[in-house]
Design a protein around this ligand. Structure first.
Ligand SMILES: [Zn+2]
Length: 211
């Protein structure tokens, strides 16, 4: 039994029932470290969940390994291989110093929403949980998407019936300690990731807010 399979089942998320959902993350691991209750809650409610990962996680030259780890995680998490997309774009490379333009992310997200007929899109909030700039950039792009959708004017970036957009609320603890924890994160210490997975609130509970 893997660590993912041994985790307790998440309660149904409060965002409702949908046929299809799109989870937008920045790096491989984000789905497991932050969004597990949401993913499992949606699946328990009968929702097919697709994952759009906007980078390969190549900050340390381990992009191919981390991408394969993500594919393996999706296999355990019952996300079909055709429902996982990992983007490898020069402007969307993993790294705190790599600033991602929301306007680069926007068309990628819009295409994925159309491909999966997503009725709901879920991503990070403006704090990005760990404060990672790539997480924050993804959140900003989804926020722009929601604003464009709310204008209800036909737009090349927004389909006629836009999906709901929800964000994972960053806990106050992480807001306070995001800096030091992110240093540990960047060190790629496996023990820290395991410790995190067992100790983190995000492993067991996700609080979502609708944009
Ligand atoms: Zn990340």
């Amino acid at each position: 039994m893997s660590i993912l399979q041994s985790l307790p089942s998440a309660a149904e998320t409060p965002i409702g029932r949908f046929q299809s959902a799109l989870l937008v993350i920045a790096h491989p691991d984000d789905e497991t470290l932050f969004f597990l209750p949401t993913l499992q809650g949606l699946q328990a409610a009968g929702t097919r969940v697709a994952i759009l990962c906007l980078s390969t996680g190549n900050a340390d030259g381990m992009g191919s390994v981390r991408t394969e780890e993500l594919r393996a995680a999706c296999n355990v998490l019952n996300v079909a291989s055709e429902d996982l997309e990992v983007v490898d774009h020069p402007g969307l490379q993993d790294g705190r110093g790599n600033r991602w333009s929301p306007y680069l992310i926007l068309p990628v997200v819009t295409a994925a929403i159309g491909k999966h007929s997503a009725e709901v899109v879920i991503t990070f909030d403006a704090w990005g949980v760990s404060g990672h700039p790539n997480h924050v950039a993804v959140s900003e792009a989804i926020r722009i998407y929601a604003l464009l959708a709310a204008q209800s004017q036909p737009d090349e970036h927004v389909p006629l019936q836009p999906p709901q957009t929800w964000v994972l609320e960053t806990t106050s603890c992480w807001r306070k300690f995001a800096g030091p924890l992110d240093v540990l994160w960047a060190a790629q210490w496996v023990w820290f990731r395991w410790l995190y997975l067992w100790a983190s609130r995000y492993t067991y509970v996700n609080t979502l807010a609708r944009l």
